[in-house]
Design a protein around this ligand. Structure first.
Ligand code: ZN
Length: 94
């Protein structure tokens, strides 16, 4: 088991109203779960809203190092794992 898998297992992910809108709850978070929108690259957390979003007002920015919060990074990792699992099953290896 690699480090990413171990880290993801401690976190709760819950799909919201679309498969790309995901609630993320970290064990150590003071606040309740945060909502990440993978398409728009936005998160409901204060760090994103106050520190990151003001720099992205001209539209959707591709989440990369420095312009995404931990929730977006985790949600993208989780989503990728889910998609890869689905592809693996579709190819008959699951
Ligand atoms: Zn966030």
């Amino acid at each position: 088991m690699n480090a990413v898998t171990t880290a993801l297992q401690a976190i709760e992910f819950r799909v919201h109203d679309a498969s790309t809108r995901i609630f993320v709850k970290r064990p150590g978070d003071k606040h309740e779960e945060q909502l990440v929108d993978l398409i728009s690259g936005e998160c409901s957390c204060e760090h994103y809203q106050f520190r990151i979003a003001p720099h992205h007002e001209r539209g959707r920015a591709r989440p990369e190092q420095g312009n995404q919060c931990i929730h977006i990074a985790l949600a993208r990792e989780w989503f990728l794992e889910k998609m890869l699992d689905a592809l693996e099953k579709a190819h008959g290896k699951g």
